[in-house]
Ligand binder design. Structure first.
Ligand code: GAR
Length: 204
């Protein structure tokens, strides 16, 4: 399975996935390319240090469709089977999503459908929930909406602010994203409406 990872910033989830591919935790796979919409994204250097090809595709004031078309063409050039959004902070156009139906996944730092959009960890602290977490889901045309692959809970402590909660969720994100990509690479799943079913549920 050839993986393309899209980032906009730090890239710690990208590093987690790449390391898991390189050490065989995610088997029979290769990170073919890391693409950033920001030329100064710190994750770009980390990808290169891991020996992964990087490409920068900035928006440059162009319409979303045009920007996305260039990204899609880079992904195709690298024969990508699965697109992982890892802190990629832009909504994808419908045509991008349709080019890779059920082959784009995203990680979001909350238990969806709670706290969609930006600053999910701050939203969780301000709302006063006692448990938050992270969600890996397939990407569809709506923000933070597609079928859920995996979720992991993280307790919200009385002492938490958005930063401390983000830090603890991030550690769980890395494990959860690797596990989700590993499951997808095995191909042993079926999407039934909004449900992603694995293993013994697949046949039924
Ligand atoms: C992660 O917490 C990820 O869940 C979040 O951005 C961070 C990126 O960190 N993504 C979103 O909020 C998307 N809506 P990273 O660049 O170190 O992987």
């Amino acid at each position: 399975m050839k993986i393309g990872i899209l980032i906009s910033g730090r890239g710690s989830n990208m590093v987690a996935i790449t390391r898991a591919v390189q050490d065989g935790t995610i088997p029979n796979s290769k990170v073919a390319v890391v693409i950033s919409d920001k030329s100064k994204a710190p994750g770009l250097g980390k990808a290169r240090d891991l020996g992964v090809k990087t490409v920068v595709v900035t928006r440059r004031g162009r319409p979303r469709e045009e920007h996305d078309a260039e990204i899609v063409s880079e992904l195709k050039k690298h024969d990508v089977d699965l697109v992982c959004l890892a802190g990629y902070m832009r909504l994808l156009s419908s045509s991008f999503v349709r080019e890779f139906t059920n082959r784009i996944v995203n990680i979001h730092p909350s238990l969806l459908p709670s706290f969609k959009g930006l600053d999910a960890q701050r939203q969780a602290v301000e709302y006063g929930v006692k448990v938050s977490g992270c969600t890996v889901h397939f990407v569809d045309e709506e923000l933070d909406h597609g079928a859920i692959i995996l979720q992991r809970p993280v307790e919200v402590l009385d002492s938490d602010d958005a930063d401390t909660l983000s830090e603890r969720i991030l550690r769980i994100e890395h494990e959860t994203y690797v596990e989700a990509v590993r499951l997808i690479s095995g191909g042993d799943f079926r999407i039934s409406g909004r449900r992603v079913l694995f293993g013994s549920a697949v046949g039924g």
